[in-house]
Design a protein around this ligand. Structure first.
Ligand code: M6R
Length: 613
């Protein structure tokens, strides 16, 4: 949550910061702001509630025809509000005396520190962040390094800080605990950057590094110095930039979500093909040894939101196939449930961003108890990736829309590849069966392509449900778990209340909510439960619901005349039907949101990366 950018160098600093904030806006969009430092020690802050476009308009108006000298460095921030409402005052950067800073994270003891150091009178906002600026100003005598270390030691909570001192305008300082920051020197060797993630820097740097925790980072044009607590230099671990956004990154689409839905066939294919050798699933590219897949007695999958839904789908296939107990846990609940996790447990953590704090804490808890671990992550070098025993990186590329699409389907793909390899190394599958499985999985991309090509039919469904106040989604088994994700997509970006329900459970209470014309989408793709799913759909139809049947080409509907709205998904093996279903449900949600005129990529109250508990 929150995006940070810092820059020192020869370019137009304001423009570098605004562009980076536009890229990072998916991390939070309650307010945006920047500070520009000038060689003579002058400092200008511009900030306001609302999206970056408002900040840009404000800055461009202020600088038009002003003929001002050029700034030498600057910091910028896009906020997802935690402490203090969405106001201009609470927007970052925050300045106190000689210190101006931006912050991502939460300072838990900010009230205690305010009282202890008598900072109250200096504060003008309601944020936890401003207290850090005031503390730094309090401790800053001559040496910025000592002041930053002193303050970092006092802070409880999570923080990534980008700091400017008015009397050192050409330098930027950074320090972090848990919350991410990366840094890199520009390709021309004459500038240096700081950012929350690589999407903001891909245009400028060829390589970057994740700033190590508790390491003081000093940026000067063309040079970055890392110092540990003893003032010894630390050598960073460089990562290559392999994500490019280019242009505005939307590749001709109006919204990132639409682009990311369309990219699914390609990224699913990549996620499979780089883990496939002579037709067999092969995880050696990820350095995942077979012993890891054969050793443990039970499996626990942890994640949040969409990532957790991917785990629920995997469980439907994994548990019966491997005959191992599989539990899927909401990461934010996990550690409070006193789960049975020990050295016989294999924990699979799933996270697109690799920064979700709930998933990270659950992973740490499990590893402390001796569990084996493999994490499925999209962002290289992210905290979860670094703290995992083994990592499998999905090949989704940057996912910018807040609503997850291609991250979900590549997480599923990765899970299926892991399950197949597990089945093979545990002797459940022969080599022939493993190859058949992979070859069937390789049909998924073409099948998803077909669904995307038929988007106009899905748009028609979206138009029929877009004015509804409630939409129910019902199914059983794997269909039910796929609908949990479909329902999340719809509520997240269209603001329509939606519930996914195990259809057999409806008559135990929830069916009371079905009235005339309530839209109910039923997903019917699993051979073993088709007739049960259809009879549950008949039950809601009898109560007046308008039923949409999403089914596969191979399912035969008894008395097809009774179903007015049938949408056929291309057929695959049952366990893979989640892929075309996901694409169809994503598109329905997308069209509802877009055609309602909503901001599809930045739904209200949300942020892409959730680094608060
Ligand atoms: O980055 P992560 O995969 O850990 O994020 C987990 C959830 O916050 C995320 O999947 C969220 O549910 C999506 N915005 C849903 O579309």
């Amino acid at each position: 949550m929150c995006g940070i950018i810092g820059y020192t160098g020869h370019r137009n600093v304001q423009e570098v910061i605004l562009k980076a904030l536009e890229t990072l806006e998916y991390r939070g969009y309650d307010s945006a702001g920047m500070a520009l430092a000038y060689a003579d020690g002058a400092l200008e802050v511009a900030k306001r509630a609302g999206k970056v476009a408002k900040l840009r308009a404000m800055c461009e108006k202020q600088s038009a025809g002003s003929g001002k000298k050029a700034a030498v460095s600057g910091i910028g921030h896009t906020r997802w509000a935690t402490h203090g409402g969405v106001t201009d005052e609470n927007a970052h950067p925050h300045t106190c005396g000689r210190v101006t800073l931006v912050h991502n994270g939460i300072i838990e003891n900010y009230q205690e520190l305010t009282a202890k150091y008598g900072l109250g009178e200096k504060l003008v906002s309601q944020t936890d962040t401003e207290v850090v600026a005031a503390l730094l100003d309090h401790f800053y005598e001559k040496d910025a390094k000592t002041a930053i270390r002193e303050v970092a030691r006092l802070l409880k909570g999570t923080f990534a800080l980008g700091i400017l001192f008015a009397d050192q305008p050409e330098k930027l300082y950074a320090i972090r605990n848990v919350s991410p920051i990366i840094a890199g020197v520009g390709k021309d060797g004459r500038e240096a950057f700081l950012a929350s993630d690589v999407t903001a820097l891909s245009e400028y740097v060829a390589e970057y590094f994740v700033v190590p925790e508790d390491t003081l980072t000093i940026l000067e044009a063309g040079k970055i110095t890392l110092l540990d607590n003893e003032n010894q230099r630390v050598e960073p671990d460089f990562l290559q930039v392999d994500w490019k956004l280019g242009g505005n990154g939307k590749n001709g689409y109006e919204f990132f979500m639409e682009k990311e839905i369309a990219e699914q066939p390609e990224v699913i294919r990549e996620t499979i093909s780089c883990r496939c050798k002579d037709g067999m699933p092969d995880l050696s590219i990820d350095n995942i040894p077979d012993w890891l897949l054969s050793k443990y007695e039970r499996i626990t999958i942890i994640g949040c939101g969409t990532a957790m839904h991917a785990g629920l789908v995997a469980k439907q296939f994994m548990q019966p196939l491997l005959q191992l107990p599989v539990t899927v846990e909401v990461a934010s609940e996990f550690i409070y449930e006193e789960p049975v996790v020990d050295d016989k447990t294999f924990v699979i953590a799933i996270s697109q961003s690799g920064e979700t704090i709930d998933t990270l804490e659950a992973l740490r808890y499990a590893r402390r108890r001796g569990a084996g671990n493999l994490s499925i992550v999209n962002v290289k070098g992210s905290t979860i990736a670094r703290e995992s025993e083994y990592v499998l990186y999905t090949n989704a590329g940057p996912e910018i829309a807040v609503a997850s699409t291609k991250a979900y389907t590549t997480q599923l793909t990765a899970l299926y590849m892991i399950i197949c390899r597990m089945a093979y190394v545990r002797g459940v599958y022969t080599a022939k069966q493993a190859k058949e499985f992979v070859s069937a999985l390789l049909q998924v991309p073409a099948c998803v392509e077909k669904v995307i090509a038929d988007k106009e039919s899905l748009r028609r469904i979206s138009h029929e449900i877009m004015d509804a106040s409630d939409v129910f989604m019902i199914g059983r088994g794997l269909d039910y778990t796929a609908l949990l994700e479909g329902s999340l997509k719809l509520k997240e970006i269209s603001y329509i209340h939606s519930e996914a329900y195990a259809s057999g459970e409806l008559k135990h209470g929830t069916i009371a909510l079905i009235t005339q014309k309530t839209p109910v989408i039923t997903l019917v793709t699993q051979t073993k439960v088709v007739s049960k799913e259809l009879s549950n759909a008949i039950e809601v139809k009898a109560r007046g619901a308008k039923v949409y049947v999403l089914t596969s080409e191979k399912v035969e509907l008894e008395e097809p005349g009774q179903w007015e709205n049938v949408y056929r998904l291309p057929a695959l093996r049952d366990e893979f039907m989640v892929f075309p279903a996901a694409a169809a449900l994503q598109l329905i949600a997308f069209y509802v949101s877009r055609d309602k005129g909503l901001d599809v990529d930045k739904p209200r109250n949300l942020a892409k990366v959730v680094t608060v508990e």
